[in-house]
Design a protein around this ligand. Structure first.
Ligand code: SF4
Ligand code: SF4
Length: 347
């Protein structure tokens, strides 16, 4: 399904402002896609005098589920009447790299004229996309690390992601975007406001869009990606109250619900009390018997971990620490509670 990107070069800057612009932001609830879209729209409409609209679509109403935010702009002041989701974005901003593999429909409508920004710890050449994906340029930014470095650990990623969009939006100058962004954060304490401003400016500087040639993304002949349509409609919907999914939570992969931070187990400190297991809502903890028959904590199955950090708070000896995802070794990541089910799924 995937291919690797290689040999990047910078795209030619756009010569003139586009007359219309469609921006789609894809994220996990709590990462700040809604507020980033709101700031972009305010800067464009109030700061530049464009006409435009902005709205977001939330999955189920809780943190940790996919959120989409849409911004439509006309730089010529045409009234925007379309209030449906954006299917063909000029700019696609992906706040969580895992969404590319777990929700490939987020890539819907990309064309050779679309710019893509991804939050990832990996370099651009290691990112993988479904075959058939098209784009003009790809920008990769490690928004989590940048935010962490400036003390924004608990905050969302909207500041860094907005900064990374600056080189791709010549229609909205950085200063205009920054003033509306600061206005949005006006109620924050001075130190936090300053930290957000620094992250925004650094992200704008660090973001380096890379030109993507068509052959880099689709070496094989494949069908282009299209939206995944709901399987059931008014004509074939089942009677209400019937559970039609034969699976259960064992088959689910919650990794895309995390916001980039996971608990890491320090085996030296752990004394196998089990408090973490008692508070974990997703039964992520895997146990084994030691030679004397006592229960021993083997590790965490990250397939089910949604990064809520309840176990971190519960551990009496701080044997669990919140760390960025990339600090988890492959050996720890591959500790699966139900390996046989996983193998079957991959067959
Ligand atoms: S709560 Fe801490 S010490 Fe107890 S089993 Fe979990 S990780 Fe180990
Ligand atoms: S962060 Fe801890 S408590 Fe929360 S889902 Fe992951 S393992 Fe369970």
């Amino acid at each position: 399904m995937f291919e690797f990107l290689s040999r990047f070069q910078a795209p030619t800057p756009r010569k003139s402002a586009r007359t219309s612009l469609a921006i789609r932001l894809e994220a996990i609830g709590g990462q700040g896609a809604n507020s980033a879209g709101k700031i972009l729209a305010e800067a464009a409409v109030l700061g530049m005098g464009y006409s435009g609209n902005h709205f977001s679509s939330f999955g189920s109403e809780k943190r940790g589920t996919p959120v989409r935010s849409f911004v439509r702009l006309s730089t010529e002041g045409h009234e925007i009447r379309n209030a449906s989701g954006i299917r063909h974005p000029h700019l696609l901003v992906i706040f969580h790299e895992s969404l590319i593999s777990t929700h490939p429909e987020i890539l819907e409508g990309l064309s050779e004229d679309s710019d893509v920004v991804v939050n990832s710890t990996k370099p651009a050449r290691q990112l993988s996309f479904p075959t058939g994906t098209k784009m003009r340029s790809l920008t990769v930014i490690d928004a989590r690390a940048l935010s962490d470095r400036h003390g924004l650990r608990s905050s969302s990623l909207n500041t860094a992601m907005l900064g990374a969009c600056v080189p791709l939006l010549p229609e909205i100058p950085q200063a205009v975007l920054e003033s509306h962004f600061l206005n949005f954060f006006a109620r924050l304490p001075e130190a936090l406001k300053h930290a957000n401003q620094t992250v925004f400016r650094k992200a704008a500087k660090l973001a380096k869009p890379r030109l993507v040639r068509p052959q880099q993304l689709s070496a094989k002949k494949t069908e282009p990606l299209s939206a995944i349509q709901p399987r059931l409609g008014y004509a074939d919907a089942p009677i209400g109250g019937v559970i039609i999914n034969p699976g259960n939570s064992v088959l689910k992969d919650n990794s895309a619900s995390r916001k980039g931070t996971v608990p890491k187990l320090d085996r030296e400190l752990c004394f196998h009390c089990g408090y973490c297991d008692m508070v974990c809502p997703d039964f992520c903890f895997s146990w084994e018997r030691s030679s004397d028959g006592a229960a021993k904590l083997k590790g965490i199955d990250y397939q089910y971990c949604k990064g809520c950090q309840k176990c971190v708070t519960a551990c009496p000896v701080s044997a669990l620490k919140p760390v960025p995802e990339n600090e988890i070794s492959e050996a720890d990541r591959n500790l699966h509670l139900f390996p046989e089910i996983r193998e079957k799924k991959n067959e």
